[in-house]
Design a protein around this ligand. Sequence first.
Ligand code: ATP
Length: 353
Amino acid sequence: MRAGGDWLAAWPCPAAVARMTAAVELDQVSCVFGSGPGAVRAVDGVDLAIDAGEFFTLLGPSGSGKTTCLRMIGGFTLPTAGRIRIGGADVTAAPPYARPVNTVFQDYALFPHMSIRDNVAYPLMVRKVGKAERARRADELLALVQLPGVADRRPAQLSGGQRQRVALARALIGQPQVLLLDEPLGALDLKLREQMQSELKALQRRLGITFLFITHDQHEALSMSDRIGVFNAGRLEQVGTPQAVYDTPATRFVAHFVGAANVLEGEIARRLTGHAAAMLRPERIRLGESRDARAAGTVAEVQYFGAFTRVKVDVGGALLQADLPTSPGHAPPPAGSEAHLHWDGRAVHALAG
Ligand code: ATP
């Protein structure tokens, strides 16, 4: 991959300046659609500070308010309450073109009648940059996103993954301080998706600009992000590193949404963990001998997932999942058999009542 020209090297977001202040700040931001009994509170009093140069992901289920949040930062939707700052400047009411951000939408929104080069160069044409300079920068950006040799084609002549890269190049050509990405990999098949995840991450590191990425895919969020904000019903339930969100979820919702979780409550939680409520990840449970077992029960279900086998064990009425690594010659216990469960005490995470 070519390293890019002088103009790319001189990205207008010098890390030293940008790091003095948060790249994006939301201060008690809310967005309500409609009014009266049918009103939808899509975003509800969100506080958030995203650092310059950070790869930050908003993760949450469909309808939790992620897109609305991103649209408010991009200037496409106005908040009903609260303030938004980008690079320290209040942009709450500023139109999209006056903000130092750009957006990659899920459907890519390419112009079908234009060549790939003209699609990428479009933001520069709007800014009246000369034709030769536009073409030069567009070709450099196409090389940066590993798409050389397609500049004269039309979008319909590219694959989904290639169109995604074109959309990325077009969003980058205006040298935004912050790039907003709304489920940009959603339309790609799994293999291509995984490849683009690593490429996007590498590109973000290489350019050093702030990425605000939206996804409902926990694997994508865990593998790409510096930090994750977990959204639920318009609110941020937790903001933290992937490890913090996975190992020490702040709420039951986060425990269940980010990865598989055994959430124990009440009497069984007290008996097995010593807490009123606790979470135990299935991959932290092993099956072993009855001696020193923390729990015993009957195997209720066995599911094969390739890399691991999920065994559900009925422990006095509660089902505990254990994810056991698959290995040749080692069959999992059959349904109906007795199982003894072991785990390290440090694997238990107490949940607030
Ligand atoms: P998805 O992953 O499905 O895109 P999301 O987490 O991005 O979901 P939003 O699109 O932000 O969620 O929607 C949050 C809530 O606001 C939903 O209940 C949605 O129906 C509602 N909503 C979004 N846009 C509008 C609108 N323009 N008018 C009315 N309601 C809206």
